[in-house]
Design a protein around this ligand. Structure first.
Ligand code: GLC
Length: 432
């Protein structure tokens, strides 16, 4: 058994740390502007200016079953959809707002179709719910708000009542957690209790657990869906730490107690969460697989984002990235599912990362940088029952005492000169 103990949390994270790999989906009106989901903030776009998008929102090619199949093929075991992002537009048929997908030309409850299709593929269901809301009339204008630079911003903001907005969030969370069956994850986003640094206008305030009334919001969620996993972004520690667009190199630790925590890194294919037509920083296949290997090697989960186009389909570049995962996971998923950071007795050679099965019986060596012929691991001396490549189950010989060109090298895997045809080859070691 793995010797690592995670800090206990209120939700059920057992399935989560087994499954390791999920799909994030960012979809909304911003997908039409196609230049980042924060576009309302960047370009100070008012509610009125958003109307033309609302009136033309029609992802006619949307097929939840196709999304779900692609997620499944990529090896993703859970999916988290933006039910509402910061722009305030709801992808579900909420009774508490008119600013929802069923009032657009599209006219259907996309959240429902997502839930049904993904569940049918055996994929667990997560809801992202934005705490920020740049549309809601009671949401006060702050450092992130699209209207923050208007000369009358303070006047516009003064009569707004965050208590009413907090009640609206509870109403919507109740709808989401009662209307769609079992929900496995609730992903709130995000808090900024200190406001902007350096401070924006003096009258502006940050927002955190007091403004969101996070205790009530979370108590409600736990009452409606016991066991649900909730992230920490409502400014109250719950189940999940969520480092974002950052390559974690060590198991994330609790800042006060130093305990190992349950964590999930979230990443994009190309820097933007919402569909971004002209963004060019798409990650290479090597980077995509390295993110997954490195994350699990540090005891974490990877949540990889797709930003569908406003037609409702995955862009060809997103499809290509998912295909990279599909090909690799088809052959190498044993090094991911049910795996965690290797026991401290094992040290990864240069250019490699290690994962180990929860029961401790198998060690996986992810070879990110292909070496020339030998891979020395003294930590494995006397511990190997059998070793093979995972992608083709071909034996990999481990020489406790090897003779190589006159030189003697010990505790060494003998590798082919050419890197096998899989992006990151993995050696599976059956431990004694
Ligand atoms: C950030 C952004 C947001 C994105 C999220 C995903 O908090 O505000 O646009 O949805 O990260 O982690």
């Amino acid at each position: 058994m793995s010797s690592y103990k995670r800090r206990p949390t209120p939700g059920n994270t057992e399935w989560f740390v087994h499954d390791r790999f999920g799909m994030f989906i960012h979809f909304g009106l911003y997908s039409m502007l196609a230049r980042h989901e924060w576009i309302r903030n960047f370009e100070r776009i008012s509610n009125e200016e958003m109307e033309k998008y609302f009136n033309h929102f029609d992802p006619d090619l949307f097929d939840a079953g196709e999304w779900a199949k692609k997620a499944k093929q990529a090896g993703m075991k859970y999916a988290i959809l933006t039910t509402k992002h910061h722009e305030g537009f709801c992808l579900f048929d909420s009774k508490h707002t008119d600013y929802k997908i069923t009032n657009t030309p599209f006219g259907r409850d996309l959240v429902r179709e997502f839930v049904d299709a993904f569940r049918a593929e055996g994929i667990k269901i997560g809801f992202y719910y934005s705490l920020l809301d740049w549309y809601h009339p009671e949401f006060t204008i702050d450092c992130h708000h699209p209207l923050r630079d208007r000369p009358d911003a303070e006047e516009l903001s003064r009569p707004r009542d965050m208590k009413k907005y907090a009640a609206y969030m509870r109403d919507q969370v109740r709808e989401l957690l009662t209307g769609y069956g079992k929900i496995d994850i609730l992903w709130f986003d995000f808090s900024y209790p200190e406001g902007a640094t350096p401070p924006d206008k003096p009258w502006m305030e940050g927002k955190g657990k007091n403004e969101w009334e996070s205790e009530k919001l979370i108590a409600l969620a736990r009452e409606l869906q016991p066991g649900i996993i909730i992230d920490n972004r409502a400014d109250l520690e719950q189940d999940l730490w969520t480092p974002e667009q950052f390559q974690v190199e060590e198991w994330v630790k609790h800042p006060e107690t130093g305990e190992l925590v349950t964590w999930e890194a979230c990443h994009t294919f190309s820097g933007s969460w919402g569909y971004h037509r002209d963004e060019l920083t798409w990650k290479s296949p090597e980077q995509l697989i390295a993110l997954l290997s490195k994350t699990v090697a540090c005891g974490g989960n990877l949540l990889m984002n797709v930003g569908p186009t406003a037609r409702g389909t995955f862009d060809y570049r997103a499809d290509a990235a998912l295909e990279v995962y599909a090909q690799w996971m088809k052959l190498n998923s044993r090094a991911i599912y049910g795996c965690t950071m290797a026991e401290p007795e094992f040290t990864a050679p240069n250019g490699c990362r290690l994962t180990q099965s929860e029961d401790g019986k198998r060690l996986y060596i992810h070879i990110l940088e292909w070496p020339f012929q030998t891979l020395q691991m003294d930590c494995l001396a006397g511990k190997i029952e059998y070793a093979q490549f995972l992608h083709d189950a071909s034996e990999v010989k481990f020489m406790e005492k090897a003779q190589i060109v006159g030189d003697s090298v010990s505790n060494t895997f003998m590798l082919p000169v050419n890197k096998p045809n899989t992006i990151v080859p993995v050696i599976e070691v059956f431990l004694k």
